[in-house]
Design a protein around this ligand. Sequence first.
Ligand code: AHG
Ligand code: MN
Ligand code: MN
Length: 310
Amino acid sequence: MIQRIEQHELMVMLTLHEYLDTCACAGDLASLITVIAEQAVPIRNAFLTNQSYATSRNVSGEQQAAMDTWSDGHLTEVYRSSGLVAALGSEEQKDIVNFPDATGRYAVVMDPLDGSSLIQTNLAVGTIIGIFDDGTVMQKGKNLKAALYMIYGPMTTLTLTVGEGVAIFAMNEQDEYLLLDGDVRMPEGNLYASGGLKKDWKDRHARFIDTVEQRGFKLRYSGSFVADFHQVLKYGGFYCYPALEGKPEGKLRLLFEAYPIGFIAAQAGGAISDGARNLLDVEPASLHQRTPIYVGSSGVIELMEGILSG
Ligand code: AHG
Ligand code: MN
Ligand code: MN
């Protein structure tokens, strides 16, 4: 077990490279994480010339923003040229992409641009990545070997787990990631974000929201899952996009959003559920499968499951 870096030892802010050196993860996994994290620079630079909404729609039937397709294409080429990725499942591509020339055996699941409806508002959006190590995309989230997300906000930050807790980095003027927090623990907290129209909420979901509001929870919802989740990771509470009347599967995707964020939440002492069970234990039936999501502090997720199960 790698000894946990004591906060006081981090007086000199570790770089991403130095942090990965302290982890037990394989050298080529560290290389893949590094090359993905570095793409925050070209992705961030692409916002200015990719403000529009493309006319195309993705396989989930959602209008694709120019940034969706740009970041998807850019990251796909990065995986191909890395030689480390054997297969990719992307929110923006209908089928699994195989890289037959790869020497590595990693499988990536990704939401290349999360929160894309906010691109023109300059609110924080991000990229969500999960990494398996046996070349297989279609498998349970609990088998992930690494998960990370970059947020393009006032700072460019990287939140990462390789299964040894959660670390948060911020990018400096030299485009280098410096460690902000080497052992993130999700407090209970009192923030909540709930997606979907209130008129479409099911009774038990509405009852859960009433219960937490009576306990003093306050609403913080931006339209960017990755940004709303990051707030929950730091302050506690929960994000949810529930099953809705007429949309029993909710909106978010199991592989590209729930699995990576759920792995990070669990590694920080939190939990992820579809309202009844741990989503990391759910076997995916299809690549673009949607799922109701409740993710946040373990106490409130337990409260939610009690109310939703009646
Ligand atoms: P994406 O931009 O990858 O499609 O994700 C958008 C998701 C999530 O980020 C956000 O919380 C939710 O959709 C917002 O949905 P509504 O617009 O229905 O609130
Ligand atoms: Mn998304
Ligand atoms: Mn997306």
